[in-house]
Design a protein around this ligand. Structure first.
Ligand code: SF4
Ligand code: SF4
Length: 290
């Protein structure tokens, strides 16, 4: 099967876009990553220190089939509610992407393959750029000209020698909206300081939110730098995937239990329930006192 046929099958199994990248080793990306680590921008996320090449995913890998799913939701939160990042409205995307990638591998009859969807320390965004699916914006997100940045990325690593797609040019131009509107100043030119980022601070960091951080009213993740982006304002549109029906918006955070979260397969499972409730309490109390 050739590259065009594979991309067609990817759309048939429910992906919104697909491109082909070579499995060549990364060089510049490793250097940039090391610079980022040297500045301690990974905060306490030690697991981010390990990054691997495509051939570490699959011995003899020649190509990577990179797929995107649009997750921009139709639903919105109630005005004033403590905010949840849009990717967390629905079931944990890792399950959805993994199933679809497996289905695609079966449909195109891949024999030797490996799957990743933010589950292994590969450079997912760099692979998506290599596969012609967009560019990495100043907000550090992959921006696709048809969907904006609200997409999940998944890969199939294969030994097939497929014709790769052409890379797109970066199209941020002179825009700096995300840098200007990030509430905590976490975005540096082309990289992000996780120590300041509300996504890290609300989900992974053990330290409680400061009063200032809680004033931005984000309880799980943060979308400000995506909401600011003109590409999203113009091109982000609601997804049509039944797998991304909202599950989290129905949950009452103050009375949540781990069993309810697991049953809903909510992305909240990736955080700590005590931390989530504490973020919620801080956001509400901040609002009441202001
Ligand atoms: S997620 Fe929020 S805090 Fe983090 S860089 Fe984007 S706007 Fe800033
Ligand atoms: S807001 Fe502007 S600078 Fe930031 S990612 Fe979007 S286009 Fe690029």
């Amino acid at each position: 099967m050739n590259s065009e046929e594979i991309k067609q099958r990817a759309i048939e199994v429910g992906f919104d876009a697909c491109g082909i990248a070579t499995a060549e080793p990364f060089t510049n990306d490793f250097a940039r990553w090391q610079e980022w680590l040297d500045k301690d921008y990974n905060a306490t996320m030690r697991y981010m220190e390990r990054r691997i090449n495509p051939t570490d995913m699959l011995q003899g890998a020649r190509s990577v089939i990179v797929c995107l799913m649009n997750y921009y939701p139709r639903e919105t939160q109630r005005e004033g509610e403590p905010k949840i990042a849009k990717y967390a409205f629905s079931k944990d995307y890792h399950f959805v992407m993994w199933e679809k990638l497996k289905l695609l591998a079966e449909r195109i009859k891949l024999k030797d393959y490996a799957i990743a969807c933010d589950t292994m320390p590969v450079f997912d965004r760099a692979l998506a750029v290599r596969a012609g699916l967009g560019w990495i914006g100043r907000n550090n997100m992959l921006i696709n000209p048809l969907f904006g940045s609200y997409t999940f990325i998944g890969e199939l690593f294969t030994t097939l020698p497929l014709r790769p797609d052409e890379q797109m040019k970066e199209r941020c131009g002179r825009c700096h909206r995300c840098l200007e509107l990030c509430p905590t100043g976490a975005i540096r030119e082309k990289c992000l300081d996780a120590n300041r980022c509300l996504s890290f601070r609300t989900i992974e960091d053990k330290k409680p939110l400061t009063k200032e951080e809680a004033s931005h009213n984000w309880v799980f993740g943060c979308d400000e730098c995506q909401m600011a982006c003109p590409w999203n304002k113009r091109f982000a549109h609601p997804n049509e995937h039944k797998e991304f029906a909202p599950v989290t918006l129905e949950l009452e955070i103050t009375t949540l239990s781990n069993s309810v979260l697991r049953k809903a397969q909510s992305p909240f499972c990736r955080s700590n329930i005590t931390k989530l409730k504490e973020n919620h309490r801080l956001c509400i109390s901040n609002r009441q006192n202001s």
